[in-house]
Design a protein around this ligand. Structure first.
Ligand SMILES: Nc1ncnc2c1ncn2[C@@H]1O[C@H](COP(=O)(O)OP(=O)(O)OP(=O)(O)O)[C@@H](O)[C@H]1O
Ligand SMILES: [Mg+2]
Length: 266
């Protein structure tokens, strides 16, 4: 008998620096991968609730969010997961109540593993994509313990490298303190690229430090991307022929290729 091992990719989009493109990449990469026939779940671990908002959901009005599943032993993630208008793409939305997570679980011994435990109950997905908050607190520790891959979107602006160094440190600390040996930074994605001396210099530094882990696709500014979110749509629904849609598609293919054994060398 042939045994098939079905492994789910667990990918987090992390950068403590706000506005670096985490949510935009999570949604559009998720939508692209779903359109290739893979089952995708996006988990919104940011109290800003931007995943739901970007997909046209009024997150303020949702009763059961990822917060409820995390703090309630009796709730499963499947109880808060919603289908989207896109085939194969589901989301576990959040809203501002997720800020209460830290205080809610402060005295629990397993507070770092709340998300891991809930994810372990899931099946049927090929990809779990997690959108992170712009901070490195307990929510992010939960995320880093629950995933195996970290993708860092880096906006090519002044101070961007500071944020990167923080994440590298945090990943190292998590690996060491929690013996989480299967966690790696698998991709660094330059975002908001403009052809300026400063952007090119930052890009060069990223390539020197992260080598091949810097994605071949560089995400440029495209107003259609911003507009698509304001209309509650993915870039493929809003402007399928735009530069933004092409860039996101190329990047999503690179992300899928990591899983096909083409892990970029460190
Ligand atoms: N390539 C792009 N071109 C134009 N606008 C973009 C692009 N990428 C992202 N944006 C816009 O920039 C803003 C910030 O992006 P996004 O929300 O993805 O960042 P974030 O890292 O998730 O932010 P936060 O840290 O607040 O969660 C959004 O309004 C988004 O629509
Ligand atoms: Mg965001």
């Amino acid at each position: 008998m042939v045994a098939f091992i079905i492994s789910v990719r667990k990918i987090s989009f992390v950068n403590e620096k706000g506005g670096s493109g985490k949510t935009t990449l999570t949604i559009n990469i998720g939508a692209y991968i779903a359109s290739r026939g893979k089952k995708v779940l996006i988990l919104d671990m940011d109290p800003q609730g931007h995943i739901g908002k970007s997909l046209g959901l009024d997150v303020k009005k949702i009763d059961d969010t990822i917060f409820d599943a995390l703090v309630n032993e009796d709730l499963k993630l499947t109880d808060v997961i919603r289908k989207t208008s896109l085939k194969n793409l589901d989301i576990a939305p959040s809203n501002k109540f997720l800020t209460d997570f830290v205080i809610n679980v402060a005295s629990h011994e397993d507070r770092h593993l709340k998300l891991t435990k809930k994810i372990d109950q899931l099946n049927g997905y090929d990809y779990l994509l997690i959108d992170c908050p712009p901070s490195l607190g307990l929510l992010t520790v939960n995320i880093l313990l629950a995933v195996t891959e970290v993708i860092i979107p880096v906006s090519l602006t002044f101070l961007a490298l500071d944020g990167c160094a923080e994440i590298v440190d945090t990943v190292r600390t998590i690996k060491r303190n929690f013996a989480k040996n299967d966690l790696d930074i698998t991709m660094v994605v330059p975002t908001f690229y403009r052809n300026t001396n400063m952007a090119n210099a930052i890009l060069e530094k990223l390539r020197t430090y992260f080598g091949n882990r810097v994605s071949d696709t560089i995400i440029k500014f495209d107003v259609k991307i911003d507009q698509s979110q304001s209309f509650g749509k993915t870039i493929y629904e809003f402007a399928p022929d735009s530069t933004g849609a092409k860039m996101m598609g190329e990047l999503a293919k690179e992300v899928m290729a990591i899983g096909e054994g083409r892990l970029k060398p460190n």
